[in-house]
Design a protein around this ligand. Structure first.
Ligand code: NAD
Length: 454
């Protein structure tokens, strides 16, 4: 048995001992985790700085604050979430009492990407612990410092037979040939398919939090300055390496010039010489840097585009004359490059989006409430905002997840608890009354009776 297999076997013994199920245990584990995170806060911010050059303020806003929010929500509400739910009976189950029990799956695997390496490893873990599972957590090998720190932190807080932090460079084949009771994966659609294929071997249920090209529509009625300010904010956080960042803008022709100008003004004002700013995030690795440089080189019209190879930084960049057949529109950009595509009729924009994979996020800037409602009802996407961007991730009362190519399943707050819980239906009956017509033999007389009652 390999070392990972041994760890998982030990977790099964731990889980089968029913130790993770009492609510007092789960709450104590969440408290322990929170204490350790708060103690390590400076080290976490320092690791994020080393991996992605995130400023302390940005890292706090986009990683730690969200983790604290999840911890607070789970610790405050776990007793309510975990309650056995009594539901109304049916004629078929009369006179029994009917219940839904939430039970943990068992040993779950959590796989995290490098772009928000702390938040995207710990938030699913909080939900898994709240639901009473054991967990194997595998962080990304790309976010070297944060992944190493998470590993140390988890080793300090939990026994490996309960939560095991696998080495970030664990062999993928070894990782995926194990049997888990649930797999929670955050990453690319390409790897998502590999995960689902492997999971099917053991019929393991999965949540896939994936990515894709998220559009932002700017309608002619929009407040253009507001749209520019918010789009720039959401796009250039983490230098565009955000799964729900605006990937491209679809703007109505009449307001295009005003939007490009307002975006340019936002960039000059808030990101001057960004490629040399310490507080501006860097591109995670050489491969992604080269990929993004290639996209800039392939575009004829470019605003911005300054690069600093030594620091792996790319300044906010606009492609004001982009079109759907350009190279930047063939893959998720995942960097600070923003294609702007013009449309005349909203219907055309809708059809263009419908013709592509369902995005993880969709945003619309408009003052026309009917247009906003029409877009929400006609387009399928994971989640989004009207007159804003990214905020759907910041409220743990909202489910967070994709649809179609951008993923399946959801988490955050109660949705995370539900994701990591099996809903077990239980009917509790007594011996009386015991209706004879349910028992064989089934003659025509019984059919009449059954038709009357069921
Ligand atoms: P990735 O798919 O390359 O890797 C994600 C995780 O899977 C990492 O831990 C990696 O080590 C592991 N992995 C990679 N190949 C594997 C394999 N063959 N078998 C098993 N595990 C494997 O993604 P990434 O480059 O780290 O992150 C970028 C992608 O993640 C983007 O597509 C982005 O949109 C998406 N993303 C989605 C969300 C979300 O919440 N929906 C959040 C962040 C990022």
């Amino acid at each position: 048995m390999g070392s990972l297999a041994k760890r998982i076997a030990a977790q099964r013994v731990y889980f089968d001992g029913d130790r993770t199920k009492p609510l007092a245990f789960r709450l104590a584990m969440l408290e322990r985790l929170e204490t350790q995170i708060r103690e390590q806060e400076n080290a976490i911010l320092a690791a994020l700085r080393l991996d992605l050059s995130k400023s302390r303020a940005e890292a706090y806003m986009t990683e730690l604050a969200l983790v604290y929010g999840e911890l607070r929500e789970a610790r405050q509400n776990l007793r309510i979430w975990a309650r056995t739910e009594r539901v109304r009976g049916s004629l078929a189950s009369f006179p029994a009492k009917n219940y839904v029990y939430r039970e943990p799956y068992g040993v779950v695997l959590i796989l995290a990407p490098w772009n928000y390496p702390f938040y995207l490893s710990i938030a699913p873990l909080i939900a898994a612990i709240a639901a009473g599972n054991c967990a194997v957590v595998k962080c990304s090998a790309e976010s070297v410092h944060t992944s190493a720190l998470i590993r140390k932190l988890l080793q300090a807080v939990f026994p490996a037979s309960y939560v095991y932090a696998a080495a970030p460079d664990t062999d993928h084949a070894e990782l995926l040939c194990q049997r888990y009771d649930y797999i929670f994966f955050t990453g690319s659609p390409r790897v998502g398919k590999i995960i689902m294929r492997a999971a099917s071997e053991h019929l393991t249920p999965v949540t896939l939090e994936l990515g894709g090209k998220s559009p932002c529509i700017v309608d002619e009625s929009a407040d253009i300055k507001l749209a520019a300010r918010r789009i720039a904010w959401g796009k250039f956080l983490n230098a565009g390496q955000t799964c729900i960042a605006v990937d491209y803008v679809l703007v109505q022709r009449r307001v295009k010039a005003a939007l490009v100008q307002a975006l340019g003004a936002e960039i000059s004002r808030r990101y001057p010489k960004a490629e040399r700013q310490e507080s501006y995030p860097k591109i995670i690795n050489r491969r992604h840097y080269a990929r993004l440089a290639g996209l800039i080189a392939a575009e004829k019209e470019v605003i911005g585009g300054a690069m600093n190879e030594r620091a792996a930084k790319i300044a906010p960049t606009l492609f004001p004359e982009a079109a759907f057949d350009h190279p930047c529109m063939q893959e998720e950009i995942f960097g600070p490059l923003l294609p702007i595509i013009v449309y005349d009729e909203l219907e055309t924009a809708i059809q263009e989006i419908k013709a592509r994979e369902k995005p993880l996020a969709c945003y619309v800037f408009t003052r026309d409430k009917r247009k906003a409602e029409a877009l929400i009802s006609r387009l399928s996407f994971g989640g989004g905002c009207v007159n804003d961007v990214l905020l759907q991730i910041g409220n743990h009362r909202l489910p967070f997840g994709g649809v179609g190519n951008s993923g399946m399943g959801a988490y955050h707050g109660r949705y995370g608890f539900e994701t990591f819980s099996h809903k077990k239906a239980v009917v509790k009956n007594t011996g009386f009354p015991d209706f004879p017509f349910r028992y064989a033999p089934f003659g025509e007389g019984k059919l009449k009776l059954l038709k009357k009652f069921l």
